[in-house]
Ligand binder design. Sequence first.
Ligand SMILES: Nc1ncnc2c1ncn2[C@@H]1O[C@H](COP(=O)(O)OP(=O)(O)OP(=O)(O)O)[C@@H](O)[C@H]1O
Ligand SMILES: [Mg+2]
Length: 255
Amino acid sequence: MRLIAIINQKGGSGKTTTTVNLAAALAEQGRRVLVLDLDPQASASSWLGVKEGGRGLSDVLTNRLPLAELVQSTSADGVDIIPSSSWLIGAEKALAGEVGAEAILRQRLGALKGAWRYILIDCPPTLGFLTVNALAAARELLVPVESHVMALGGLAHILETLELVKERLNSEITLAGIVACRVDLRTRHAQEVVEQLRGRFGPLVYNTLIWENVRLAECPSFGQPITRYDSACNGAEDYRRLATEVIRQEPVSKP
Ligand SMILES: Nc1ncnc2c1ncn2[C@@H]1O[C@H](COP(=O)(O)OP(=O)(O)OP(=O)(O)O)[C@@H](O)[C@H]1O
Ligand SMILES: [Mg+2]
């Protein structure tokens, strides 16, 4: 099982769009996927046609409610979800001072049994308590960046945080890759950003570019992933290509 946190502390970088549509595209290619919506804004939950889960996920962190009780199926075939909880906003305060609070999610996920090949965690736009819990739990990171110069500075900060997490919390975590989102190659500016990204981070950047595509921006309102909302559009094809690259990174199982 691959446990991947989708993170970027910058708001609107494409985390939720990538989580939902990569999940649906992986499922199309035969991988069962669980999305864990760790953002109190609950955007991934509503996008996948599921209501925000009341105290649910917050109780998992603060009490002893097992994660397994929160799993629901979604509007995307082969994709299940643990919906977010607006109560998560209070979780940090409730857990402040508790020993090892940053490792709670790791512990809860460790006890979760299921047939999923992938767990994708949609993180909130901060490097706070919830994201640190995701970093402590995950085996891999996937970082969507908006193709804009301002976005590149934030990337260095994420990579520094990753090194600290490796040293202090989770020595096994690795960077699966960086994916350029909302690329509009009609503008010179976006082209330069993609070139800079490749120049600086080389093979860490996925070959797939997620182009600016109005259908991707529309489909959350219809509660469906892009592969279902408009299966033939460029946005759906981009996320299928990304899924193929992610699948190619799967460790080869030894006979
Ligand atoms: N490839 C794309 N083409 C067009 N619009 C896009 C694309 N990717 C994302 N968007 C739009 O950009 C906005 C931000 O995307 P998204 O919600 O995925 O970012 P986020 O990183 O999850 O944001 P937040 O930090 O608030 O959680 C949304 O309105 C989304 O519809
Ligand atoms: Mg989001």
